[in-house]
Design a protein around this ligand. Sequence first.
Ligand SMILES: Nc1ncnc2c1ncn2[C@@H]1O[C@H](COP(=O)(O)OP(=O)(O)OP(=O)(O)O)[C@@H](O)[C@H]1O
Length: 237
Amino acid sequence: MNAPTVSLARASDAPAALLLRVVNLQKSYATPQGPLPVLKDVNLSLAARETLALMGESGSGKSTLLHLIGALDHADSGEIFIDGVETARLRENARAALRRETVGVVFQQFNLIASLTVAENLAFQARLAGRYDADWQMRLTERLGLTPLLSRYPEQLSGGQQQRVAVGRALAARPRLLLADEPTGNLDEATGDAVLALTLDLVAETGCGFLMVTHSARLAARLSRRAVLEAGTLADS
Ligand SMILES: Nc1ncnc2c1ncn2[C@@H]1O[C@H](COP(=O)(O)OP(=O)(O)OP(=O)(O)O)[C@@H](O)[C@H]1O
């Protein structure tokens, strides 16, 4: 396994054991009517191997929070520590390295690359991170039941199969933190349950932390913790 291409200094004020720590996070969006405050004071911690369901009404800011944690957007104020590193203070190339090497993301819409086969999609993130590991890739492929589908293209797969590829792609680079935004929202109940069960098995096997946005109390109950976003703040439930 290659070392990360950008070294990240550990901040002295963050406990090393915590994988993720969000402190007093605020985010508003500019709208024609003026700033729309979405996250007002969000605090959150996640240890490695913990699985957390992020819930809340539509429009409460769940995707916004996930994007901030995944370094896909910038907060107005507050801090996000991943493995003790305050991500907002990183330069853009280090944030890009964080997205490639430390955080994996699975979206509701799968977001597979249409012109690449299943095998190429699965390897994509790991190759980008310089962490392609053929043995791990093969085990992951087998565990996700994708071996017979390796030469197909995304449009030739069912929704559940596409989402299994998206999970495999995110985990192929062995991220420390896996983020998922309603990963089973486009799947029927039985398929969604099966994809989540596989994801939770692989999360346990790799020892990463897992944060999943969901509207389903039933699915949320399968994770070790639940937190609800309401009026711009977060409460453990
Ligand atoms: N780029 C943007 N510009 C302006 N407003 C935005 C933008 N993105 C999101 N919003 C608004 O911010 C609020 C939070 O959106 P967000 O998508 O984070 O909510 P959510 O809890 O994930 O919703 P859902 O459960 O419906 O997916 C909403 O009112 C949304 O309209």
